[in-house]
Design a protein around this ligand. Structure first.
Ligand SMILES: NC(=O)c1ccc[n+]([C@@H]2O[C@H](COP(=O)([O-])OP(=O)(O)OC[C@H]3O[C@@H](n4cnc5c(N)ncnc54)[C@H](OP(=O)(O)O)[C@@H]3O)[C@@H](O)[C@H]2O)c1
Length: 243
């Protein structure tokens, strides 16, 4: 499938990986709805950059922490654009918490954004169209047992399962795939030291770039015969090690 003339909604699209995905989509001729929560200024600047070179782009703001918030974001996107062809569930939160540090509120926060938001957005997308494609941003940790980030790991493993369930449920019209990055960008506040350590733990001895993750998203959208598939972009890290 060519992406030219299509339109994608990218959650958390203003910064970091989301921004790289928006840029890759725009380069493919795909219109982009850049969703943001707090990064309104960055989303506006990106939208203006796209518009300045003649690419279709919109921004929408909304908190995805509630079912109603997810409904409002999808509703707003369709009202602004007319029709959405692709949903990229990129927005997420990440906290390092081992078992002893796990608290109910933190678990619920990660489940709301990392699992329930993609679930409700997928439901709302499928309620509005019979054709299209969805890509869920997972994590290479779904292949292991990440004891240093228990709520996050659980939320992303559940999102992997949601990818399979919805690939079955929404076929044949809507394809659903996952992209599972390794360490790409350090979480805010963390140094590059952990990234160096991560690179050393990959087969290819380097951390992938955000643009490589974006390329995998583009491939998943274009691959007409692919659904229920997880693409790891992690230098081979998912093949070994349990954490
Ligand atoms: N970074 C990595 O190395 C890495 C590794 C493996 C997997 N991943 C996955 O790849 C994806 C992108 O990673 P990233 O590091 O670029 O993500 P990120 O910076 O942690 O978060 C992306 C965006 O999510 C949005 N967001 C958070 N809470 C929200 C809420 N309540 N409502 C609406 N939006 C909310 C934020 O938007 P605003 O800024 O507008 O508030 C944020 O900019 C994520 O799914 C992540 O789990 C990342």
């Amino acid at each position: 499938m060519k992406l030219t003339g299509k339109t994608a909604l990218v959650t958390g699209g203003a910064l970091r990986m989301g921004r790289a995905i928006c840029e890759a989509l725009s380069r493919e001729g795909c219109g982009v709805v850049i969703h943001c929560r707090s990064s309104v200024r960055e989303a506006d600047v990106l939208q203006q950059e796209f518009a300045a070179r003649g690419s279709r782009a919109w921004t929408i703001q909304g908190d995805l922490a509630t079912e109603q918030g997810c409904f409002a974001v999808m509703d707003q996107a369709w009202a602004r654009v007319g029709a959405i062809d692709f949903l990229i569930n990129n927005a997420a939160i990440f906290q390092r918490r081992r078992l002893a540090e796990v608290e109910e509120a933190a678990v619920l926060d990660e489940f709301r954004i990392n699992l329930l938001a993609p679930l409700f957005l997928t439901r709302e997308f499928a309620a509005r169209t019979r054709t299209g494609a969805i890509v869920n941003l997972l994590d290479r940790r779904v292949a292991g047992h990440a004891v240093e980030s228990v709520p996050y790991a659980l939320s992303k493993k559940a999102l992997e399962e949601l990818t399979y369930l919805t690939a079955i449920e929404l076929a044949p019209g809507i394809r659903v795939n996952g992209v599972a990055p390794g360490a790409i960008l350090p979480p805010p506040g963390e140094t590059g030291a952990a990234m160096k350590q991560n690179a050393a733990q990959t087969l290819l001895k380097s951390n992938p770039r955000p643009e490589e993750v974006a390329d995998a998203v583009i491939f998943a959208l274009k691959a007409d015969s692919m659904t229920g598939q997880i693409l790891y972009v992690d230098g081979g890290r998912h093949l070994f090690g349990s954490t």
